[in-house]
Design a protein around this ligand. Structure first.
Ligand SMILES: [Zn+2]
Length: 57
C-alpha cells in the first residue's frame, strides 16, 4: 500500500524491512510518507513530546 513491492526503510537509521512491522511508525510530512523503525520511533517520541516544531529543519 505504501511502497508496493519495494519494502520500507527507516528514515532515520536506514533499517529496511520487506513490509512495515506493526512497531514501525508512519509519518506523513512535507516530504511525503516516511517510516521510523521501532527503535527510532521510541527515540523520536521524546522529541515529539518535547519540541516537535523546532528541531526538524
Ligand atoms: Zn530507525
Amino acid at each position: 500500500m505504501v511502497y508496493p513491492g519495494a519494502g520500507v526503510a527507516c528514515a532515520v537509521c536506514g533499517a529496511q524491512e520487506a513490509s512495515a512491522p506493526a512497531t514501525w511508525t508512519l509519518q506523513v510530512g512535507e516530504r511525503g510518507q516516511t517510516w521510523l523503525c521501532a527503535a527510532c520511533t521510541r527515540d523520536n517520541l521524546r522529541s515529539i513530546e518535547g519540541k516537535l516544531d523546532e528541531v526538524w529543519w
